[in-house]
Design a protein around this ligand. Structure first.
Ligand SMILES: *[C@@H]1O[C@H](CO)[C@@H](O)[C@H](O)[C@H]1NC(C)=O
Ligand SMILES: *[C@@H]1O[C@H](CO)[C@@H](O)[C@H](O)[C@H]1NC(C)=O
Ligand SMILES: *[C@@H]1O[C@H](CO)[C@@H](O)[C@H](O)[C@H]1NC(C)=O
Length: 564
């Protein structure tokens, strides 16, 4: 108890309000969420510690995961933190961003399985209706790693790949016949799937240049030593590549022909540091991005998990390189707001219009928007700061981006007939400004038979609409309209009296009707179970047989219950 109090004291001192306090001490839970009437998935409840209207109004792309996140998956929030899109069908995803391919915007991410430090999976590109438009795979026996999926202007994708290879580890005091994870990146043609360029760390970096402790790794193939840890790839307009190595503490520039042009940081930096070390002493870093005029952004963790801490705080950095004089200058650093250390993951982004700097703190469930000169504008937690060090809630990277989502599926509606309220949401639809309530005398009414009886401005992800009394005998639908009053789509048709989907659509695979449907199907199964029990009494059926019989009865209905 005393310990908890001691831990909480610094929080009390900082908190603006009781909500901030309860949130950050974990009283509201390790991952507080909002739930909805019309929609099954949950969205994180945020703790906004600092707020400024000047913060960029684009969407926030978050991929929460960790022990406290029961259903990890991609999330889009608006700039205030209100849910826009949540999706359960992909499970854990990483590195979600909006990128362009052939002039269109795509929501892109990696999906697969991860072992804590790297992943095996493939890359997805969703179109504006959230359908999978393209997937990109690493050809052959290797898999796509989780760290990077970056599209170029030439219709190619840059991805990271880990490959286990034999290596002489004698300089690290281990066997000559050891094993390492080599760090590769590939440039893959999206249309054809061909690898158009490939580079591997072992062609340039010897194992002894690593800062990573080898421990008991490297002795066997399935205990390969991850000596390099590639975690980002970028490409400039002249075709040079920029890669980040967490364990070398370096950024490496590689020419279009595969030669190393220069190295920033680590044990053999090519640059003189004009900032007394501050431009090149980053460590265990993530997410290096190239900007024009030889400017880089770097997320400097300053720590490897909680085991090796090399800096006082994690930071976003902007570094300017002068390639004529081979000098590096720290333009600005963006420190973690409470001076916390994020031991892994993280991202930095310069917002193109405002020049604001948006930092996702990776392992720490927080994101912060700074002015370009380093003043904090918005500071948000999506998990309590009490548990920051545990990584119970984390998002590998967090970005802000414009996005237009127009789903093909209809809006979700839940009608509470007793309360006379309709709850409506449209997962992923970014253009909805409000909802028109329409009624008709029949469930199969023609368009002209619908009467519009009210308009409700969209409040948040879910809008609640008071329905007029005396709608008995009428059928309701809700029309989503955009800011110009154009209709974007209609919900299904509901019986105003019961609040159920109008007949004929009962078994449609949509989420809002599951509860009532489930209940009736469950009673069918229970009834069957009773019959089986009676039957068992006569025929001496073994219990296990009965249970499997009941399960198969349940599963028969399952596919109808599953949302599409
Ligand atoms: C695109 O291709 C052109 C011609 O091959 C090349 O000069 C340019 O560097 C490439 N750009 C990117 C971003 O890949
Ligand atoms: C990096 O260099 C700066 C400037 O000398 C110094 O203040 C800072 O403590 C250094 N950081 C680390 C992690 O060594
Ligand atoms: C480009 O970077 C250099 C420093 O390397 C700086 O002196 C110069 O002003 C920058 N130019 C532009 C156009 O930003």
């Amino acid at each position: 108890m005393l310990l908890v109090l001691l831990l909480a004291l610094p929080l009390i001192a900082r908190c603006e309000s009781w909500y901030n306090f309860w949130y950050d001490t974990g009283v509201l839970g390790s991952y507080p969420t909002n739930t909805y009437e019309s929609f099954d998935l949950e969205a994180p409840r945020l703790n906004v510690l600092q707020w400024d209207e000047r913060c960029d109004h684009d969407y926030i792309l978050l991929t929460p995961r960790g022990h406290a996140v029961p259903a990890p998956g991609p999330l889009i929030l608006d700039y205030t933190g209100e849910l826009i899109w949540a999706e359960g069908r992909f499970g854990e995803v990483m590195d979600m961003k909006v990128q362009q391919y052939k002039g269109e915007d795509y929501l892109t991410f990696w999906r697969g399985t991860d072992d804590g430090t790297h992943g095996r999976g493939i890359y997805y590109m969703l179109d504006s209706s959230y359908e999978v438009a393209y997937t990109v795979e690493v050809p052959g026996d290797l898999d796509g790693d989780l760290h990077e999926f970056k599209l170029t202007d030439n219709g190619t994708a840059l991805v990271t790949v880990y490959e286990i290879i034999p290596a002489d580890l004698s300089l690290l005091g281990k066997s000559r016949d050891g094993w390492i994870y080599d760090g590769l990146f590939m440039e893959i043609d999206i249309e054809t799937g061909d690898v158009v360029f490939e580079w591997r760390a072992s062609s340039f970096y010897p194992v002894e240049e690593t800062y990573a402790p080898i421990g008991d790794k490297g002795t066997e193939k399935d205990k390969a030593f991850d000596y390099f840890h590639i975690n980002s790839v970028d490409k400039d307009t002249e075709g040079n590549y920029y890669i980040s190595s967490r364990y070398m503490h370096t950024v490496t520039c590689i020419s279009p022909s595969g030669d190393v042009r220069w190295v920033l940081g680590g044990k053999r930096s090519s640059f003189k540091d004009l900032s007394g070390g501050a431009a090149s002493n980053f460590s265990w870093q993530h997410h290096v991005k190239w900007y024009p005029n030889n400017t880089l952004t770097i997320f400097d963790n300053g720590a490897q998990d909680r085991s090796i801490i090399t800096a006082e705080y994690s930071r976003g950095m902007i570094v300017s390189l002068d390639l004529d004089h081979m000098t590096a200058t720290l333009v600005r650093e963006y420190r973690s707001p409470q001076g916390f250390i994020s031991g892994s993951q993280g991202s930095v982004q310069i917002m193109p219009d405002s020049g604001h700097v948006f930092v996702g703190w990776g392992h720490t469930s927080a994101y912060t928007e700074f002015t370009s000169d380093g003043q904090i504008l918005c500071d948000v937690h999506f998990g309590p700061s009490m548990f920051f060090n545990f990584g119970w809630v984390k998002s590998y990277r967090t970005f802000k981006s414009p996005w237009v989502g127009m789903p093909n599926y209809p809006p979700d509606v839940e009608i509470d007939a007793d309360m006379g309220t309709a709850f409506v949401s449209w997962n992923g639809a970014t253009e909805v400004a409000g909802w028109i309530t329409q009624i008709a005398p029949s469930p199969h009414a023609a368009e002209e038979e619908y009467d519009s009886i009210g308009y409700t401005t969209k409040e948040s992800f879910e809008t609640s609409i008071e329905l007029p009394e005396d709608l008995d005998g009428y059928y309701i639908r809700l029309a989503a309209v955009d800011i110009d009053g154009e209709i974007l789509g209609y919900s299904r048709v509901f019986d105003a009296k019961t609040g159920h989907i109008a007949s004929g659509t009962l078994l449609a695979p949509i989420t809002q009707d599951i509860t009532s449907l489930q209940q009736s199907l469950l009673s069918v199964c229970l009834f069957a179970a009773i019959l089986i029990i009676l039957w068992k009494a006569r025929h001496q059926l073994p219990l296990s047989k009965m249970i499997s019989c009941f399960q198969s009865c349940l599963s028969r209905f399952d596919y109808q219950l599953l949302p599409k």
